[in-house]
Design a protein around this ligand. Structure first.
Ligand code: FES
Ligand code: MG
Length: 573
């Protein structure tokens, strides 16, 4: 229902004729703004994840100025509020430990302040789901502005993608095929501009999901960070949110079951990051929607990968932008999408796709000429992963999709790191590498350790992929036959905890099965002999995280944040 200015939340802070409201108005004028600058205007909170150490978001401080100008132009009053910045590469043990922290911070910043509508600025992997989870729970009008991808990388004339080529060249260096000079040169040249990873990694997967869910102005997710179109996007979003608060177009009205299905369809067509499944489940959970993992598997079998982007394909996000961007790709998927779903611009998805053209048929393939039809995601079950595990067939090696091999077990990441390059390691290309204690609680935070390095002695023999199994995640920019997100995790006594070196493991991706070839009796005996490891944290956020984080198949949200309960408004006194 349309709102009037007197219906807005901020009026409760600023409008009353009492001492407290006097203080709110007085303190606001302390900033140098006049009474007329904020009175009887929508107050827009800009939740900005800018930080010096969040290298993908370096430009968001300056971009917030463009947002503010848009808000003021449209008659609103902007308030920038910094939130935890989760720079994927720098944060240890992993940003995933703090996604829910950012979600809580977003929700509480919006709740506790006189905010009528929000602009959410993020992009690096966990910031998108973190900001959106908080905004969905808070349920006031919000627009998401993705940071935009960095420009195409180039090394000696070859297109290089962030993450994807880091691992590729590292493997070549370890195999002795890359000089120290080249390695140094690569370090300086790999990331040419501000912005998020330019491959279809987790960042691009999630910003694309945000757009398909309707939280971004159309086209936002594919505008390169360094393009002036990004500045214009910021000011447009500022203008739009200021109008949107009167339409009461809320996050929960956008985040429907159908919108999440649209997101899944798009995700599989993009060849999105395996991380996407966890975040989409978590975001849907905030709207009270249950997204079974089987739905991802179903769509991945129906819709092939048509975005020719690394790591599954050859191009980068800048190329997708020139090819028409995400809207152009969506025109290929019209038959599968619920076109009546909404968007923050007030139009439906179908209306937003009218007249959209594709400019490069090699970047955006047709359904008849896909990049590959092995599927973006496979959801796997078996006695090793009773609650499921995932793999990315499109980024795996065809010859390993149906594989039986002997396990080589690493009890934890430190042990794996210490032993993986040992020349005496008893391993060959048929071995199945197993990493334990890397899940949500055991990692903690499911670090992106699931793409275990290939042992050096095998790299030198030319081996570039092996079957690897863990309860960890894998960077969306990586590739390989990796079985990830094994649930329940080993740290809490999932069957992965009971695998021993020398056990036979059978993987059949086509049949979606993963089994440890031991009898039920043997499994039960090993379980009985297993002792739970001591808690990871005695205090602090880590202790709260360990107590409340859910397993990968449930989205790793905190149990007390799931669901769509209406948020209480604070008392104002
Ligand atoms: Fe920020 Fe990849 S490191 S998006
Ligand atoms: Mg990543």
């Amino acid at each position: 229902m349309a709102k009037r200015i007197e219906d807005l939340r901020s009026q409760r802070w600023f409008a009353p004729d009492n001492m407290r409201a006097f203080a709110h108005r007085q303190r606001t004028q302390q900033t140098g703004y006049k009474r007329s600058d904020f009175m009887n205007r929508p107050v827009i909170g800009i939740i900005n994840t800018w930080s010096d150490i969040s290298t993908c978001h370096t430009h968001l401080r300056e971009r917030a100025q463009f947002v503010k100008e848009g808000i003021i132009r449209a008659g609103g009053y902007p308030l920038e509020m910094p939130a935890m910045s989760l720079g994927e590469v720098m944060v240890k043990p992993t940003t995933m430990m703090y996604r829910n922290f950012l979600a809580m911070e977003t929700e509480e910043l919006l709740r506790s302040h006189p905010i009528d509508g929000a602009i959410l600025m993020g992009g690096c992997d966990k910031t998108t789901p973190g900001l959106l989870m908080g905004a969905i729970s808070m349920n006031i009008p919000a627009i998401y502005i993705p940071a935009g991808a960095s420009l195409n990388g180039n090394f000696k004339g070859q297109k290089i993608g962030t993450g994807t080529h880091t691992r590729k060249y590292w493997d070549e260096k370890r195999a002795g095929n890359l000089s120290d000079e080249d390695w140094l040169e690569l370090e300086a040249k790999m990331t040419r501009s501000v912005g998020t990873c330019n491959t279809m990694g987790t960042a691009s997967s999630l910003t694309s999901m945000a757009e398909v869910l309707g939280f971004c102005l159309p086209g936002s997710a594919t505008i390169p960070a360094a393009d002036s179109a990004h500045q214009r996007l910021c000011s447009l979003a500022g203008e739009r949110i200021t109008k949107m608060v009167f339409e009461d177009l809320t996050p929960k009205s956008l985040a429907t079951k159908e919108a999440f299905e649209n997101a899944i369809v798009t995700y599989v067509a993009l060849g999105g990051s395996t991380n996407g499944i966890i975040h989409l489940i978590a975001m849907a959970g905030r709207a009270g929607i249950d997204l079974p993992m089987s739905l991802f598997d179903e769509w991945a079998r129906k819709v092939p990968v048509i975005a020719n982007l690394m790591p599954a394909g050859e191009y980068l996000m800048e190329d997708l932008f020139y090819a028409g961007g995400l809207p152009a790709l969506l025109t290929r998927l019209k038959d599968f999408l619920h076109l009546d779903q909404g968007n923050v611009n007030g139009r439906t998805l179908g209306e937003n796709l009218e007249g959209v053209e594709i400019y490069n048929e090699d970047v955006i393939r047709s359904l008849e000429n896909p990049v590959n039809d092995r599927g973006t995601i496979g959801v796997i079950t078996g006695n090793l992963c009773p609650d499921g595990a995932v793999c990315k067939p499109s980024a795996a090696s065809p010859h390993l999709l149906n594989h039986r091999g002997k396990a080589l077990v690493f009890e934890n990441h430190a042990q794996m790191n210490a032993q993986i390059d040992d020349p005496n390691l008893d391993v060959d290309e048929n071995t199945v590498l197993v990493l334990k204690n890397a899940g949500p609680i055991g990692g903690p935070g499911m670090p992106e350790w699931g793409g275990l390095p290939i042992p050096k002695k095998l790299l030198q023999k030319g081996v570039r992929d092996m079957v690897r199994i863990s309860d960890a995640r894998m960077s969306g920019t990586h590739y390989g036959t990796c079985i990830l997100h094994v649930a329940p995790e080993s740290y809490v006594g999932g069957p992965l905890a009971f695998v021993q070196t020398g056990d036979w493991i059978a993987l059949d991706v086509e049949k979606r099965t993963l089994n440890l070839e031991i009898s039920d009796e043997e499994m039960a005996a090993r379980k009985a002999a297993w002792a739970p490891p001591p808690p990871k944290f005695a205090r602090g956020y880590g202790a709260m995280f360990s107590t409340h984080v859910t397993q990968a198949n449930e989205g790793c949200d905190f149990d007390f944040l799931q669901g769509d309960a209406v948020i209480d408004e604070p008392e104002i006194f």
